[in-house]
Design a protein around this ligand. Structure first.
Ligand SMILES: *Cc1c(COP(=O)(O)O)cnc(C)c1O
Length: 394
């Protein structure tokens, strides 16, 4: 009799053959703009630590103090033994940052999206989802059992066509979108989406994973940057990117948050966020509000790098890499093939530059993905530009 697991090695072989087999590479040392891999220092253009807070001593001090006060684990669900005053403090700080009535903290951003979507809609309902949405929004849509249609990326006309065609046949409707698209760096047309939601009586869930702390005058995210603070919507985010910790959250009206506390299995039946992660995130939310200069440094770096890249990549001939339009610290250079961008990423690594290659099926076109940090220095950007220039002229 064949083993019931015999298909797994075959499946792995197929992944290898398709060049889609994935591995992890360890980095050592503290999170920052420069990290060590195999003893080699690499300038880090691959992390989501936009404000450089993951290695900030104030977050570490807050986490250590929380461990000394509460211990390492929360020991149970928030509804049972796992609730600490610290959780509530973080939720109130997040609600204040987002100018929302209330907030709820989850164990991860992934779980926050999955649980919230599955709590807000069910099999009688409709989800309209941007085709480039993050995996957690797609998984949430599947788990909810709602009828789901993808609308073309950022295309409000297509979204309206979907609403006109399908909305009336369903009880509730939820429109889901990333605010900053993680693999492209562009923003969703949020004001338009909210207008359509008003017209068609639809709820809106916006994923601010890459917006929080980075965009908006106060760092509240793309929702603030696009002038939509205070409009009815549900916002999801992560504590693990600009906030340098681990965990996720939802902000919204009192009623929405109260409902999730009662009806989101991914919050009810899981252990409360660890004291260390909670305290580090709380320290980060305060820094985001108190130190706008971090955001200014990030945007300054971004303008600087865009100018350098455009001068380097466009030498009048057909460009080897095409920079995608971006309104965020995520810059993508689309190449000609998967093997070309993988080779480029390896060449850059040899000269001390850590830039990810992102390939199908994650994205439709192969690209180098550069993420900037507030803590990158001028010479880091110079080295990146020189590294890319040598690829283009090679
Ligand atoms: C990273 C990410 C998430 C998941 O957040 P985690 O806290 O890492 O689970 C959700 N949505 C988007 C758009 C992301 O980029």
């Amino acid at each position: 009799m064949p083993s019931p697991y015999h298909w797994i090695p075959r499946s792995l072989t197929a992944l290898h053959r398709a060049h889609r087999y994935r591995t992890v590479q360890p980095v050592t040392g503290k999170a920052g703009a420069v990290m060590l891999r195999d003893g080699q220092p690499l300038i880090n253009f691959a992390s989501n630590d936009y404000l450089g807070l993951a290695g900030d001593p104030r977050l570490a001090a807050a986490a250590i103090e929380a461990i000394e006060t509460y211990g390492t684990g929360s020991t149970g669900s928030r509804l049972l033994s796992g609730h600490r005053e610290l959780h509530r403090e973080l939720e109130l700080a997040l609600a204040d940052l987002k100018q929302a009535e209330d907030a709820l903290v989850f164990s991860s951003g992934y779980l926050a999206n999955l649980s919230t979507i599955a709590a807000l809609v069910g099999p009688s309902d409709l989800i309209l989802s941007d085709e480039y949405n993050h995996s957690s929004l797609r998984t949430g849509a599947k788990a909810s059992g709602a009828t789901t249609y993808d609308y073309r990326h950022g295309d409000v006309e297509h979204l309206e066509q979907c609403l006109a065609a399908h909305r009336a046949q369903h009880r509730r409707c939820l429109i889901t979108t990333d605010s900053v698209f993680s693999m492209d760096g562009d923003l969703c047309p949020l004001p338009h989406i909210l207008d359509l939601a008003d017209t068609y009586e639809a709820m809106v869930l916006v994923d601010e994973a890459h917006g929080t702390g980075v965009l908006g005058h106060r760092g509240a995210g793309a929702v603030e940057h696009l002038g939509c603070l205070g409009r009815p919507m549900v916002t999801v985010g992560t504590l693990s990117k600009a906030l340098g910790s681990l965990g996720g959250y939802v902000t919204g009206s009192q009623a929405v948050i109260d409902f999730l506390r009662n009806r989101a299995p991914g919050w009810i039946y899981t252990t409360g966020l660890s004291p260390a992660d909670t305290a580090a995130a709380l320290a980060a939310v305060r820094i985001v509000q108190a130190e706008p200069q971090r955001r200014q440094a990030l945007w300054h770096n971004l303008d600087d790098l865009k100018r350098r890249l455009d001068a380097t990549l466009d030498d009048g001939t057909k460009p080897v890499f095409q920079r995608l339009p971006s309104e965020s610290p995520i810059l993508c250079l689309v190449g000609t093939s998967a093997s070309q961008v993988v080779a480029a990423s390896q060449r850059l690594q040899e000269v001390g530059l850590w830039v990810s290659a992102v390939r199908p099926p994650t994205v439709p076109t192969s690209r180098l993905r550069i993420t900037l940090m507030a803590t990158h220095r001028q010479d880091h950007l110079e080295q990146l530009t020189a590294g890319l220039a040598s690829l283009v002229s090679a």
